[in-house]
Design a binder for this molecule. Structure first.
Ligand code: HEM
Length: 332
């Protein structure tokens, strides 16, 4: 059975995490990495299995231990990824591409394809990853990192902070509008796109820095490109997650939507999408997407869907501030 998600760690304070027990190691033949620099780094330091295949429990424990990600937030993000991209029979998720190491996938339209799958969790206008339309949605992209550095120079005095996050987030949206006819920026993607612009401030900055949190370009390259903690890195001093999104949205308020009719420069807002005033719409939208992947599950698959949907809900209900639980497959 898939076990219930882990609770918070017994110690959730400041700690050296780039320690002797968790040495960075280069990739071996076959090791998988993907679009998330946080998970990539945890795998390369052995907080996650170094092959890049993990259970949701492994992931919750690793993001708590290595970055001090807050427990309910960690559950919300992890089970979102697992429900959309994981193998619900074997309880394993690839943090990158599809692999036989997660076991045989359930019948299509389910794919158990890992976090690289476009349009599930992964989406457009990432900060250091290109849109799927351009061919590679998961690898570190040097051109985009150059833009990250340029914006950090222009708006952050050479560091990445929330002011830089606000400008870069907005600019990456404009890039996709102008160049990606398939640009989609709603529901899961709208919410996560803002989250991933603040994680470098809340989670990649050393926890010993308590005021004026900002990330150096050296440390940014270490995480985004090299999947490596900076030397002597201490995790956040208290459980943290996506604090700062209001400061990112304020200079450039922006509505969820996408380029309509497969045409660039044709952004149309979607009034039915989830946004930060309607977070439970993201919960509902994902449950619908899960039902789309698994229209008629039976046996262990059905039981595990029921369990994982509920585990996810226990996180979402807290992080989103109260949503009505849905039971598309009934209850156990
Ligand atoms: C991006 C998954 C935890 C930092 C992503 C993306 C996925 C993902 C699928 C790609 C989104 C996209 O651009 O299309 C997850 C899952 C987590 C997790 C399942 C489980 C808890 C973390 C943690 C951190 C983090 C703990 C930081 C310590 C980031 C950042 C990006 C990102 C900064 C943006 C990458 C870029 O576009 O340059 N994550 N993540 N994530 N994640 Fe995670």
């Amino acid at each position: 059975d898939p076990p219930p998600p882990p609770g918070p760690p017994s110690f959730a304070g400041l700690k050296l995490v780039n320690d002797a027990d968790h040495p960075w190691k280069p990739l071996r033949e076959g090791d998988i990495r993907g679009p998330c620099p946080g998970l990539n780094t945890l795998a390369s330091h052995g907080y996650l299995p170094r092959n890049g295949v993990a259970s949701p429990s492994d992931i919750v424990k690793a993001v708590q231990e290595g970055f001090n990600m807050e427990n309910k937030f960690a559950i919300s993000v992890t089970y979102l990824g697992h429900l959309l991209d994981g193998n619900l029979v074997t309880d394993l998720l690839s943090i990158g591409g599809k692999t036989p190491n997660t076991g045989p996938a359930p019948p299509p339209p389910a794919h158990a394809g890992g976090l690289n799958v476009h349009g599930a969790f992964e989406g457009d206008a990432g900060i250091t990853r290109a849109d799927a339309f351009f061919g590679d949605n998961h690898s570190f992209n040097q051109t985009l990192f150059d833009k990250f550095v340029d914006f950090s120079n222009r708006y952050g005095g050479g560091y990445y902070n929330l002011s830089v996050a606000a400008e870069l987030r907005y600019s990456r949206i404009q890039d996709s509008i102008a160049t990606n006819p398939d640009f989609s920026f709603k529901n899961v993607r709208y919410i996560t796109a803002y989250g991933e612009t603040v994680f470098p401030v809340t989670l990649f900055v050393d926890g010993r820095v308590t005021t004026d949190r900002k990330l150096s370009m050296e440390d940014a390259a270490s995480f985004f490109r090299d999947m490596k903690f900076p030397p002597d890195f201490h995790r956040a001093a208290q459980p943290s997650s996506n604090e700062g999104i209001p400061q990112v949205l304020a200079p450039h308020p922006w509505l969820p939507g996408g380029n309509a009719d497969g045409k660039v420069n044709n952004y149309v807002a979607d009034p039915d999408s989830a946004d930060f005033q309607h977070l439970c719409r993201m919960y509902t939208n994902v449950v619908e997407n899960v039902v789309g992947l698994y229209p008629n599950p039976t046996g262990i698959l059905k039981r595990n869907l029921i369990k994982n949907l509920h585990y996810w809900y226990t996180g979402v209900n807290v992080t989103f501030g109260g949503c009505t639980e849905l039971f598309p497959y009934g209850q156990l």
